[in-house]
Design a protein around this ligand. Structure first.
Ligand code: EPU
Length: 464
């Protein structure tokens, strides 16, 4: 396992290109199962999650050719397989996106339930409700969703849940409904740009979906979908993370391959915190000349602030001059980054679905543990601003969803090293020596001297 060693305090300056959107690329790759013909995708990010989904699709009878340049070719060799096994699905929840396309095209699917998740409770009841409404028989047995339908029929489906709509649920139901006889109407559909991209991809293969980007989708069923070519939209979450890297370090950054419209809420908050933004077509420049100001933000379904940037904003606001409140109404328990940010010196109190932050003038480097993808990004941002060195451990989360994040940040002036997570790779600056410990109090000054610690290992301390 690797860890990142980050030296903070450097203002980041330069130009970076945003990669393709993970959360569009994954359901689009899954939707390629529905095509009768080869599919070529461009601008697919180079991520562990993409490779994991490629393995799932291969297990489902597809050939997947990745050339490392963002181009992926997918083609169905056999329509027989219908099992997405737990061993693959447990590694990545987005594997559940194969359910709708399999059911639509192959009339049957057996997909493992993904299991627990560090960002909170993530049921798939809305996915199943939508597919049942189309006429699928669905049961859950031994941890698997068994779905079957000789014929899917168009239906009126409401996909709203207690926390808004569902992004991958909308993709699943839409990908099955393209094959349903007659017309399907999905109301309370997710409006995220990634859902629009999946819909545009399906329309490019011959589907008839209208209303993309609105909460009401109308889908006229077709007999079959042909192959096609599609370019994945830029990743708005990666863009937001990179913009915040510039803002938190007081640097300046020019981003290319970026869609301003998808970032409206994020840019509004960045401006409120003191960032200056300049726009050109397909390009965005940020600088943060003055101090960081506090802000109150609430993560909501699109076009609200995405929950996928809540952790990064929490890191940014941890060093703003004043009190900020961060609320997550999409995943109200997505706060495992808070204790780790507090290890870096942040002052944060959690109250239900909110975090209340009293900004501190300076964070100080230490060893922290990433709990999920966006929490990892938040810790990297905090480390870039912290004094001294920070070690971010368990960064396999980061590799699942960011395309070479540390390489990109290093290209604009960060100092990030990826090393194996071993005691001997822990920076000496993070080892406490005996003379840094508090002196003994008068009460126990007659007792035995405290043990001296060698500074060899971070986890295990060796008494001399
Ligand atoms: N929900 C239900 N029932 C369902 C589905 C969802 O109650 O059947 C609830 C969830 O528990 C949650 C809310 O609805 O409170 C939204 O969940 P949603 O289904 O929209 O999430 P998702 O489709 O599983 C996608 C992204 C997530 C992102 C969320 C919200 C992909 C592959 N994943 O997940 O991305 O946080 O939408 O925008 O598209 C990430 O990239 O780090 C990530 C977690």
């Amino acid at each position: 396992m690797d860890m990142l060693v980050i030296r903070g305090g450097m203002p980041l300056r330069g130009t970076l290109a945003v990669s393709g959107a993970k959360n569009a690329a994954l359901p689009i790759m899954a939707a390629a199962l529905a095509a009768d013909g080869p599919v070529v995708l461009h601008n697919v990010p180079d991520l562990v999650d993409v490779t994991t989904l490629a393995r799932v699709l291969e297990s489902l009878g597809m050939s997947v050719i990745q050339d490392g340049s963002g181009r992926i070719e997918l083609e169905t060799l056999s329509h027989d397989p219908c099992l997405a096994d737990y061993e693959l699905v447990r590694r990545m929840r987005a594997s559940v996106c194969v359910l709708g396309p399999l059911l639509g095209r192959r009339k049957r699917a057996c997909v493992s339930l993904p299991g627990g998740c560090n960002i909170g409770h993530r049921p798939i009841d809305l996915h199943l409700k939508g597919l049942r409404a189309l006429g699928a028989e669905i049961s859950i047995e031994r941890g698997y969703v068994f779905a079957r339908a000789e014929r899917l029929r168009g239906a009126q489906i409401y996909l709203g849940g207690p926390f808004g709509s569902t992004v991958t649920g909308t993709c699943n139901v839409m990908s099955a409904a393209v094959f349903a006889e007659g017309v399907t109407t999905i109301s309370a559909a997710a409006c995220e740009p990634e859902v629009i991209d999946v819909g545009n991809f399906l329309n490019g293969l011959g589907a008839r979906i209208q209303g993309l980007g609105t909460p009401v989708l109308t889908i006229e069923g077709v007999e079959r979908l042909h192959g096609g070519e599609h370019t994945v939209i830029p990743d708005r979450i990666e863009a937001a993370t990179l913009l915040m890297a510039a803002a938190i370090t007081g640097g300046s950054l020019r981003l290319t391959n970026v869609c301003r419209e998808h970032l409206a809420g994020v840019l509004d908050v960045l401006t409120a915190t003191g960032a200056e933004l300049e726009f050109a077509p397909d390009c965005l420049r940020i600088s943060r000349p003055g101090p960081l100001r506090p802000a109150d933000i609430t993560a909501l379904p699109y076009p609200g602030i995405p929950t996928d940037v809540q952790a990064q904003f929490t890191a940014l606001l941890a060093v703003a001059q004043g009190i900020s409140i961060v609320t997550d109404k999409v995943f109200p328990d997505r706060f495992l980054h808070i204790p780790e940010l507090m290890r870096l010196g942040a002052s944060i109190r959690r109250e239900g679905a909110s975090a209340i932050l009293q900004g501190v003038p300076q964070l100080s480097g230490t060893s922290v543990m990433a709990s999920d993808l966006r929490a990892s990004a938040a810790l990297v941002l905090a480390a870039l601003a912290a004094e001294g060195e920070t070690v971010v451990r368990r960064i396999y989360h980061l590799d699942r969803g960011y395309d070479r994040l540390e390489r990109k940040l290093n290209a604009i002036g960060a100092e990030i090293r990826r090393v194996e997570d071993r005691p001997e790779n822990m920076p000496a600056s993070l080892q406490l020596s005996a003379d840094e410990l508090p002196p003994p109090t008068a009460d126990c000054s007659d007792g035995p001297p405290p043990p001296k610690f060698l500074s060899r290992s971070p986890g295990v301390r060796h008494a001399e």
